[in-house]
Design a protein around this ligand. Structure first.
Ligand SMILES: [Zn+2]
Ligand SMILES: [Zn+2]
Length: 261
């Protein structure tokens, strides 16, 4: 009933118009959705960013309506070690409901791509991404939830096609989660890993540990880039959250709203 991670054609890689995505949400029976289009910076500051203009954003979403579906407006910000001022500047330009902070570039490459995986074992690839995630969450304050921790696992270049287990990355995962909790940030369950590595990003073991450490804010998103994927596996993710937390969060005006499950 909630999907808080959606990309429309406002994102450089989205294929559904805002209206098509909203119609798909209504068909999927979702009650509340949030558009989270890309604002992406390479870890190498010399590479051009991939982002929307606020003018395009206003035009795409400000008059968008759907019967029975609450529409929130956010974005997915690609965290790097150096782009905190760019996040603050965008937030000053218009109001948003929700900001996902995600790691999309490590050492100049998207961890999804072969260039990143070249010469690395899964353990090396996963460790490099966890370490960089920790560096980024330590440096950023202006996002609301960490998007798809363990994103690298769903790459088609991951030879095992398996997700990283919490127990194998306990130390660095704990550090990441402790920083999030200390800064009042949440974690997303991203359902796009189910088809690629048979796991939520991150999987239940991380979420249980997040709760154990005192984490409270949890959201669910499909990361759909096309209408056919809107709401995909979100019901299953909510079931998991019902068992672990008993609720799920949405966001409005950058504040979490808790929904009992
Ligand atoms: Zn992402
Ligand atoms: Zn996304």
């Amino acid at each position: 009933m909630f999907d808080f991670h959606l990309h429309s054609t406002v994102s450089f890689d989205g294929s559904g118009t805002p209206q098509q995505m909203v119609d798909a949400a209504a068909r999927a029976g979702l009650k509340e959705i949030c558009f989270t289009d890309h604002v992406d910076y390479n870890s190498d500051p010399n590479v051009a960013p991939r982002l929307f203009t606020v003018e395009d954003y206003h035009a795409a979403y400000d008059d968008l309506r759907a019967d029975g579906v609450i529409i929130r407006r956010g974005f997915e910000f690609g965290l790097t070690r150096w782009n905190q001022p760019h996040l603050a500047a965008l937030l000053a330009q218009r109001p948003f409901d929700f900001v996902i902070g995600s790691l999309h570039f490590v050492d100049g490459f998207d961890p999804y791509d072969l260039d990143f995986w070249n010469g690395k074992t899964p353990k090396q690839a996963f460790t490099r991404c966890f370490d960089e995630t920790l560096e980024c969450v330590r440096r950023h304050r202006d996002f609301d939830v960490l998007g798809h921790l363990t994103y690298v696992c769903k790459s088609e270049h991951n030879p095992t096609h398996e997700a990283a287990l919490y127990r194998d990355y306990r130390e660095v995962s704990d550090e990441i989660m402790k920083v999030l909790i200390a800064n009042g940030k949440g974690m997303e369950i991203n359902t796009s890993g189910i088809d690629r590595c048979n796991a939520f990003l991150p999987s239940a073991d991380y979420l249980r540990r997040f709760k154990e450490l005192g984490g409270e804010i949890v959201t669910v998103g499909s990361d759909a880039h096309a209408p056919g994927r809107v709401g995909q596996y979100t019901a299953e993710a909510l079931e998991l959250l019902r068992d672990i937390f008993g609720y799920v969060c949405t966001f409005a005006d950058r504040k979490p709203v808790f929904h009992k499950l």
